[in-house]
Design a protein around this ligand. Structure first.
Ligand code: FES
Length: 126
């Protein structure tokens, strides 16, 4: 996914607290948008461990848990909770202006833990 591009998400007023919505046509894996504490957050809809849609997992508070092996990702930052995933996922800030939501790249290496103590390679599956 090109993390430098913003994405128009349309009107998300009907997305309820604790709910998720998938935008399959954005990027290589799609985007999953979540509403938590009446704020919107967006992550690439793909677990960094083994290419599983995170939108099929469970959202509890700010943590979206992968349905396959249980790593959770903070929807505010994309950071992962630990193995078996070895890094976070791309994360977007969601702004709402005039009723229209736009996902904006956070920039930098948000959500990516490049330094995983030198052992990340053993968890890499792709
Ligand atoms: S595929 Fe998500 S933790 Fe393994």
């Amino acid at each position: 996914m090109n993390e430098e591009v913003s994405h128009d998400l349309g009107n998300l007023d009907d997305l309820g607290e604790g709910e998720m919505r998938v935008f399959e046509d954005i990027g290589d894996y799609g985007l999953v948008v979540c509403r938590v504490n009446n704020e919107l957050f967006a992550l690439e809809d793909n677990c960094s461990h083994a290419d599983t849609p995170l939108s099929e997992g469970r959202l509890r508070s700010y943590n979206l848990t992968c349905p396959l092996h249980g790593t959770s990702f903070d929807v505010r930052t994309g950071e992962h909770s630990g193995p078996p995933a070895y890094e976070g996922v791309p994360c977007f800030k969601v702004n709402v202006e005039n009723g229209t939501a736009v996902a904006l790249p956070l920039g930098g290496e948000s959500g990516k833990d490049d330094d995983f103590g030198g052992i990340g390679g053993i968890f890499q599956t792709r």
